[in-house]
Design a protein around this ligand. Structure first.
Ligand SMILES: Cc1cc2nc3c(=O)[nH]c(=O)nc-3n(C[C@H](O)[C@H](O)[C@H](O)COP(=O)(O)O)c2cc1C
Length: 188
């Protein structure tokens, strides 16, 4: 089983990273798993230039020669894809948005890249997450898949302080259990 995890936060070990790790621990419990972590913040991924080569060329390849090709090369064979990102100024982080824009090159062949996979959106936030959930809902309708979500509000309403998800056992368990559930689903 192959799990591809796209990490959208620049903070290593932050809330979204921690939930992704818990999720993966749950998946690992179900069998042999290859986990491919992509730390988008550390990768050289240029924004889509809108050249439309991926739409019009044979093979639908992206012509930008950068680290995005590491993701392209493993995406088709992934059984589970995880998008883990905090909310920044009302949306996913720029790192995640840039990678998603570049997935236009994978949109041309839905059967190869999107069908028969499990998708998980891990969204961490202080105030709201709805705009990013709305994005994933639109994508799933277009590509005809059903995504799962793990949502974590890091703000304590009383103190207005941020709380790291490692202090929230219920949330950690939720991520672990979803990992186990999807791992079993993929194996069966
Ligand atoms: C630059 C910046 C912008 C942010 N903007 C938002 C926002 O618009 N809405 C929100 O709910 N939280 C916002 N947050 C809070 C983060 O989403 C929140 O702290 C999250 O838990 C961080 O996740 P991480 O630990 O995975 O990086 C922002 C944080 C930063 C640093």
């Amino acid at each position: 089983m192959r799990v591809v995890v796209l990490h959208g936060s620049p903070r290593r070990g932050g809330n979204s990273d921690t939930l992704a790790e818990q999720f993966v621990t749950g998946v690992r419990k179900t069998g042999d798993v290859e986990v491919l972590d992509f730390i988008l913040n550390d990768m050289n991924i240029r924004p889509c230039q809108g050249c439309e080569s991926c739409m019009t060329s044979e093979g639908h390849k992206c012509v930008i020669d950068d680290d995005m090709h590491q993701i392209y090369s493993v995406f088709a064979d992934a059984n589970i894809v995880v998008w883990a990102t905090p909310m920044y100024w009302g949306y996913m982080t720029a790192q995640m948005k840039i990678a998603l824009d570049r997935m236009e090159a994978l949109a041309m062949d839905p059967e190869k890249y999107w069908v028969d996979k499990e998708f998980v959106a891990i969204l961490t936030y202080r105030h709201h997450y709805q705009s990013t959930i709305g994005f994933f809902e639109r994508v799933q309708d277009f590509f005809r898949f059903k995504f799962n979500s793990i949502l974590y509000c890091s703000k304590n309403e009383a103190s207005h302080e941020d709380f790291h998800v490692s202090t929230d056992k219920e949330k950690l368990d939720e991520a672990f259990v979803l990992g186990e559930r999807l791992g079993i689903k993929v194996i069966v």
